[in-house]
Design a protein around this ligand. Structure first.
Ligand SMILES: Cc1cc2nc3c(=O)[nH]c(=O)nc-3n(C[C@H](O)[C@H](O)[C@H](O)COP(=O)(O)OP(=O)(O)OC[C@H]3O[C@@H](n4cnc5c(N)ncnc54)[C@H](O)[C@@H]3O)c2cc1C
Length: 168
C-alpha cells in the first residue's frame, strides 16, 4: 500500500493535464496516476481531426462557435457548459502548445485551421491527421519530467473506497 496526495485515474488528456498541473502547483506532493492499459492507450491518442477552438478572432467569435455547437447539439447541449468550454478553449490550447504540442502552421507562421461539419468558420486546430496522438505524446513527455508523478500501468480500477464507506 502507498500513500499519495493526488490519485488520478487515466492517462488521457484529462488525467494527464490534471496530474501535471497538480504536480507543478504542489512540487512537494506526490501524484499517482493509475491506468488500465499502456499509458498511451487512450481515446485521446485516437482523436484524429483536431480541436475546435476560436483562434482567428478577426473572422471567428465565441458567439459563432457557441451557436454552431448548440445547433449541432440539436437541443441536447447545456448552454452554460457550451459557453464555458468554448470560451476556455483558446487558453487550454495555449497550455498544450506551451507543454510542447505541435499544431500545423501556415508558411507565414499562423496556425492552420480546418473547417469541419457543423462549423461555420475555420477553427479546427490540428497536427496532420494525428492530433490526439501528438497531444498524448506531448503530455506524456511533460509528465515524465515531473519527479513527483508516478504512473502505474495495466491496473484496472474497480471501486473507490473513501472514508464515508467505512463504518468508523
Ligand atoms: C476514434 C476517435 C476519434 C476522435 N476524434 C476526435 C476529434 O477529432 N476531436 C475531438 O475533440 N475529439 C475526438 N475524439 C474524442 C476525444 O478523443 C475524447 O473526448 C477525449 O480524448 C477524452 O479524453 P479523456 O482524457 O477524458 O479520456 P481518454 O483519453 O479516454 O482517457 C481515459 C483514461 O482512463 C483510463 N481508464 C478508464 N477506465 C479505467 C479504469 N476502470 N481503471 C483504470 N483506468 C481506466 C483509460 O485507460 C485511459 O487512460 C475522438 C475519439 C475517438 C475514439
Amino acid at each position: 500500500m502507498q500513500e499519495v496526495d493526488f490519485l488520478v485515474i487515466g492517462t488521457g488528456i484529462a488525467g494527464l493535464t490534471y496530474a501535471y498541473k497538480m504536480a507543478n502547483k504542489f512540487p512537494d506532493k506526490k501524484v499517482l496516476i493509475v491506468t488500465k492499459a499502456a499509458a498511451e492507450e487512450t481515446n485521446t491518442k485516437y482523436a484524429q481531426g483536431g480541436v475546435a477552438v476560436v483562434f482567428d478572432p478577426e473572422n471567428d467569435s465565441f458567439e459563432k462557435h457557441i451557436e454552431d455547437t448548440l445547433i449541432a447539439g440539436d437541443g441536447l447541449c447545456n448552454r452554460q457548459t457550451v459557453e464555458i468550454v468554448v470560451k476556455d478553449g483558446p487558453a487550454r490550447i495555449e497550455e498544450l502548445i506551451k507543454l510542447g504540442t505541435n499544431f500545423d502552421k501556415e508558411e507565414g507562421g499562423d496556425y492552420k485551421l480546418g473547417k469541419e461539419g457543423g462549423h461555420s468558420e475555420y477553427r479546427i486546430i490540428h497536427h496532420k491527421d494525428i492530433t490526439g496522438w501528438e497531444m498524448e505524446r506531448a503530455l506524456l513527455e511533460a509528465v515524465s519530467k515531473r519527479s513527483n508523478i508516478e504512473i502505474i500501468k495495466h491496473c484496472f480500477v474497480i471501486d473507490l473506497i473513501t472514508q464515508h464507506h467505512l463504518a468508523i
